[in-house]
Design a binder for this molecule. Structure first.
Ligand code: SF4
Length: 367
């Protein structure tokens, strides 16, 4: 009967679903744990490599299941070493991941949706609109694939959910992925402290993020409702600045981790000394740090990057207000891999999908 039944991708199953498959095959429960270890710790692609299953069991498993990761469509390396990967998903859509190497650190910027349903004006992904949520294994697959691509001896040191999409609008899949990434017994064993989930301000899920034990970053970008309505209308109409800051205060009260506020600096829009002072007042008393991100210009966008002097003054004002403030360097601009610049390649692939064979060989293009 299995001849006509599509094979199940073991990576697409969560631990409970895998347990049900194991039970359905009439196997003991511990086999679930064994298979999970093969998938996430030994990272095998081939059921035959699962050598603590008997030959007969492996054959049986091959009749119903397979191990399949997303194909790489392209891999581009910017002059500063930033890598931008484009993956083809099972249904032909595409999603991007960015690797940021910095001295000994290797930070991976992971996507959680194909496109985004929010409409932040400074963001390239927003122009794609939402295609769909990623499933948990499509999120974990970005981590597994990039780790496999690193030279021997190099490891990912931190993960940030700052790629395509609003992670808290796909929370169940993000939480499932984080469980697989952090599980010490059978998963990737990544410390939750090294994972940051970044949100435009989707506050209902803040308590859930705290329970996951990962870091939370807020993409703030404005110090008044008028500014946030202008820059991030969809999210601010739903949860305005006051509601967002109240949720932030509740979060830090019950979390041992400080919050991070991301602030994209846009020339003439949110970069004045008044803005800096207002930001200092809004965040007074909140356990947090502020990351300033000078806007990365891209064709067709109406915003501009402030001058170095303006950026410097802004940072000094915030620092004088007693806040920890950091200037984020732009990385990977020549491959549009910098903050707010994900989506162009994915959109291009969406436009040319029919020309690609789903099972075609990955095309590696190094720049
Ligand atoms: S900045 Fe983030 S939340 Fe806003 S549109 Fe872009 S991907 Fe979505």
């Amino acid at each position: 009967m299995e001849l006509n039944t599509p094979l199940v991708n073991l990576l697409a199953l969560n631990p409970q679903e895998l347990g049900e498959l194991v039970q359905g095959l009439g196997w003991p429960r511990y086999r679930t744990h064994q298979i999970l270890k093969w998938l996430y710790q030994h990272r095998v692609f081939d059921i035959d490599a699962m050598t603590n299953l008997s030959r007969v069991d492996r054959k049986r498993l091959r009749q119903v299941a397979t191990v399949q990761r997303e194909e790489a469509i392209s891999r581009r390396i910017a002059r500063d070493g930033t890598g931008k990967f484009l993956w083809r998903l099972e249904d032909g859509l595409a999603v991007e991941t960015v690797l940021i190497p910095e001295e000994r650190r290797r930070t991976l910027c992971v996507s959680s949706q194909v496109g985004c349903s929010l409409d932040c004006g400074f963001c390239l992904t927003a122009q794609m609109a939402i295609k769909r949520n990623l499933r948990a294994h499509e999120i974990v697959g970005q981590v597994l694939n990039v780790q496999a691509d690193l030279p021997d001896g190099e490891h990912l040191t931190s993960l940030v959910f700052m790629g395509m999409g609003e992670p808290l609008m796909n929370f169940d899949a993000v939480a499932d992925a984080i469980q697989r990434i952090t599980n010490m017994e059978w998963g990737l064993g990544f410390s939750p402290r090294r994972i940051t989930v970044s949100t435009a301000g989707w506050i209902p899920q803040f308590p859930d993020v705290r329970r996951l034990g990962v870091n939370l970053a807020i993409s703030l970008n404005g110090t008044t409702n008028a500014q946030r309505d202008h820059l991030m209308p969809a999210v601010n109409r739903r949860f305005n600045l006051e509601a967002l800051l109240n949720a932030c205060r509740d979060y830090v009260k019950s979390s041992e981790r400080p919050l991070t506020f991301e602030y994209v600096l846009l020339a003439g829009i949110n970069d004045t000394p008044e803005d800096a002072n207002r930001l200092g007042s809004l965040l007074r008393g909140l356990r947090c740090k502020v990351n300033l991100i000078p806007f990365n210009e891209f064709p067709g966008n109406r915003f501009h990057r402030p001058t170095s002097d303006v950026i410097d003054t802004f940072q000094q004002i915030i620092r004088r207000r007693g806040l920890d403030v950091f200037l984020r360097k732009s990385r990977g601009e020549d491959v549009l891999g910098a903050c707010g610049q994900l989506g162009r390649s994915a959109s291009a692939v969406l436009g040319t999908l029919t020309t690609h064979s789903k099972r075609g060989l990955p095309i590696y293009a190094e720049f």
